[in-house]
Write a protein of this length. Sequence first.
Length: 415
Amino acid sequence: MSFYVNDDYLYCDGLKIKDIQEQVPHSPFYLYSLDQITANYTAYETALEGLESIIGYAIKANNNLAILRHLRKLGSGAVLVSGNELRIAMAAGFDPEQMLLNGNGKTHPELILAARHGVMINVDSEFDFEHIQQAARVAEKTVNVLIRINPDVDPQVHHYVSTGIKNSKFGIRNERLHWFLDRINDDSRLNLVGVHCHLGSTIKKTSIFRDATELMMEFIDEIRSQGFEVKYLNIGGGLGIDYERTGEAIPSPADLIDSIRDLLTSDVGLIIEPGRSIIGNTAAFVNRVVGVKTNGNKNFIVTDGSMAELIRPSLYDTYQHIDFIEPVDAEIEAYDVVGPVCESADFLGKDRSLSTPHEGAGLVVYDAGAYCYAMSSNYNLKMRPPEYLVDGENLVEIRRAENLEDYMRLFETTQ
Ligand code: LLP
């Protein structure tokens, strides 16, 4: 584990986080472990040994350029959901042929960009199909496409992150499969390379992936019977992580791949699109306590970090573990950990048993690598925090703090 307690102080690899907090000029900030990123990626790579595969890191989870460059160096591909994600993936040096553009509302410019660079594109609907055809014509390229199928398997996760059930806004209507196949057949600029499904995020059971793989292999058989070569099965996003930090046994990438390996025929390559399980547990969001208060019924620890920098608890009512980075020996109480943003939805954690901290005490929200910075905002004109990376015993700033001048620049129009 990259984050561990030693003598009541929290460390990230070789560095004491309290020392970092005292050294850096900003609070709050995000802190990443390079070793943990490498370990998480390598776990997928090892799990996939012997299979033709692409690990398409889901950039939406965390798009820090330094992190992207590191994952690219490790051999990762990239899964994109916008033209800008494509551009940042190019800037990070990813191979466009190892990239896939997903989405239910891809725009013309995004599709043309993807077609020009030879990025694979997922077909999500009838209109999306027509837009991809147009993009291929404009770009004068042949486009490798996958069809996003909706396997209708319940991933047993929060309904906001469940995407593979019948009522989801993603994917084609399966009964229309032949409509898509006929049209792909008729268009020499489109080349069907695979089928895609994504059931949802935070999945913790391999049986769910297995159920989906069984169904998807049936679709592959059906498509092949129509004379298509199907090179890839894309099983979508990766595994959930142990946000509760209770030591719950969450399947490893090896468990996941081993659970479906026997279903895959030797002529099918696997694409997997992990985001959270690559980057989630590699970071902590480091705050300072502004003060402690009570309203008689409830006690609050008020921190300088808020829903503006980390919205997952407010948005999904999800749990991310919170603890101090230094010894805090005062009385233990039940606290809501809240930020300074002017609304009651602003909390990082509720009903946590924590010692009563002194002002300025350091406090972290764990597992803040995925969908945290990436979903941050300027609400209340809070500026986005800096990001630091621990590389062994070295601290590297991998994104500077945003400042008000950056923000004010947006009002300098040309008219
Ligand atoms: N592929 C597709 C098509 C996806 O929609 C997603 C995530 C992924 C891959 C990556 O899934 P992962 O390996 O990270 O589970 N903001 C939410 C998560 C939304 C995920 C959406 N799709 C959160 O903070 O929990």
